[in-house]
Ligand binder design. Structure first.
Ligand code: ZN
Length: 164
């Protein structure tokens, strides 16, 4: 957690300890509390008939494993805008967000805490499917016969989709 070693307000060294009911980085010199929050992702459920779209990850973490398409929502984006952009970047497909399937929290990853928002996308034209950006391959898998997925939260979002 070296990124919070020094206070961004006054430059003094931060301490990590109990304040406002939780352990947090804060500055005893200027009293600034450095709040940290989970990073939200758009994690996509795209189904064609009874097949689910997965991408093989081209980057760490979990490089080489299959997972749901998606990624971190950028500053200024809504979850829907992030979903549309990530789908296009990773699979070249144009999709429309239909509904929030559910969410899953993943703690202490290399990115810190991540809040995955499972979003179901409607795709009309599948003919343009082509892997890109941080996806090495894009492929449809039978929902009843999926490979093991890169993250437990992806399994959970698939289960939420199947159960609703
Ligand atoms: Zn300070």
């Amino acid at each position: 957690m070296a990124h919070l070693e020094y206070c961004s307000n006054c430059g003094e060294k931060n301490i990590f300890g109990m304040i406002e009911g939780q352990n947090r980085f804060h500055c005893e010199s200027c009293k600034k509390i450095h709040y940290e929050n989970p990073k939200p992702t758009a994690t996509l459920i795209c189904v064609k008939e009874s097949k689910l779209l997965l991408v093989k990850r081209a980057v760490e973490p979990a490089k080489g494993q299959w997972g749901l398409p998606g990624g971190f929502i950028e500053l200024g984006e809504t979850p829907s805008e992030g979903a549309i952009r990530e789908l296009k970047e990773e699979t070249n497909l144009d999709g429309k967000p239909i509904r929030l399937v559910g969410h899953c929290s993943h703690h202490n990853t290399i990115f810190g805490d991540v809040l995955l928002l499972g979003i179901e996308m409607k795709i009309v034209n599948w003919s343009k499917m082509k892997a890109g950006d941080d996806a090495a391959e894009a492929q449809l898998f039978n929902l009843l016969d999926l490979p093991s997925l890169a993250f437990i939260c992806h399994d959970k979002i698939v289960e939420l989709y199947k159960s609703t």
